[in-house]
Design a protein around this ligand. Structure first.
Ligand code: NAP
Length: 275
């Protein structure tokens, strides 16, 4: 039996175990997915320990996504984003039991692009606004840019937005006041702030939203945030954060198993816990 896992602190309410285990069951893979809560300073030791124990793959969440970089060989996208959420351990049968350096990926980026793809939204040539410049904002900005979008990053702390924009090809950055001008002209909007989580608040004023916009809210509790309600009322295409959560997991599943993930079964397991 293979063991996959998640390191984070806290990880008590993670939805990843039922989502991944639904995938193993659907494909007849003999595996379990368990959560680990190491001390916040122990990112590198946790990855080394998992490798020594023969863990087949690890997801990584707050507060470890950046520190884990020191324990892995990151792929170029994870390196640019500056965060790893998926670790793939070398197959001991293939490297002669040598235990080479684990590979680090950032599947939050694919979580963003695959969510738009699933909803029939074309990113290539689009004008995209990313609100937020933390971990999710960085993943979204690089993902959208790589998919061919022109990206504007807006953030409460303006300097974080301009710093991120300087790293993303062709991107611009500024404060939240810039949303007034950017959102009415945009095709794509991603909320990558925590605004709207467990609260009836929105990072984007409703009167800026319009019918030609596709809106992804990274926040997934509640599933329908105030931003998404107001976007739907304006006639926009709306994409719940649950899709991003699903597709980051789907992408990790595929990297670990080499199989196409059973997306519908994983989605059903996730939705059962979210509704
Ligand atoms: P983070 O690194 O802590 O970044 C938080 C971001 O939110 C920063 O840009 C911050 O702005 C902004 N922010 C916080 N409070 C704000 C407020 N009151 N007004 C305006 N901006 C505010 O967090 P993260 O990891 O990027 O996560 C952000 C959200 O995305 C969370 O809700 C998380 O659950 C969600 N997320 C979802 C997925 C998914 O798969 N659906 C994946 C990753 C994250 P400053 O820079 O000014 O502080």
């Amino acid at each position: 039996m293979d063991v996959y896992g998640l390191i984070g602190n806290p990880v008590g309410h993670s939805l990843s175990p039922p989502m991944h285990e639904a995938g193993y069951e659907a494909l007849g893979i003999d595996a379990r997915y368990v959560t680990f809560e190491p001390d916040p300073d122990d990112a590198v030791r946790a990855v080394e320990g998992a490798a020594a124990l023969g863990v087949a793959g690890l997801n990584v969440t707050i507060p470890f996504k950046r520190d884990v970089l020191a324990a892995v060989d990151p792929d170029p996208l994870a390196e640019r984003i500056g965060a790893v959420n998926t670790v793939v351990f070398p197959d001991p049968d293939e490297d002669g039991g040598e235990g080479g350096t684990p590979r680090g990926y950032n599947t939050d980026a694919a979580g963003v692009t695959r969510s738009f793809e699933r909803h029939g939204v074309s990113l290539d040539g689009s004008d995209a606004v990313v609100v937020g410049a933390g971990g999710a904002g960085r993943a979204a900005a690089f993902a959208l840019s790589d998919a061919g979008a022109s990206v504007h990053v807006a953030n409460r702390t303006t300097e974080r937005a301009t710093d991120l924009a300087a790293e993303v090809p062709g991107a611009t950055g500024g404060g939240l006041a810039g949303l007034d001008e950017r959102v009415p002209a945009a095709d794509v909007l991603v909320n990558a702030t925590s605004v709207g989580m467990e609260e009836n608040a929105t990072p984007v004023p409703a009167d800026l939203l319009h019918a030609d916009l596709a809106v992804l809210d990274a926040v997934y509790t509640p599933t329908e945030t105030r931003l998404l309600r107001e976007a739907a009322a304006a006639g926009a295409t709306t994409i719940e954060g649950a899709w991003m959560l699903l597709f980051q997991g789907v992408e990790a599943f595929e990297r670990w198993t080499g199989e196409d993930a059973p997306v519908e079964e994983m989605n059903a397991a996730l939705r059962e816990r979210l509704e």
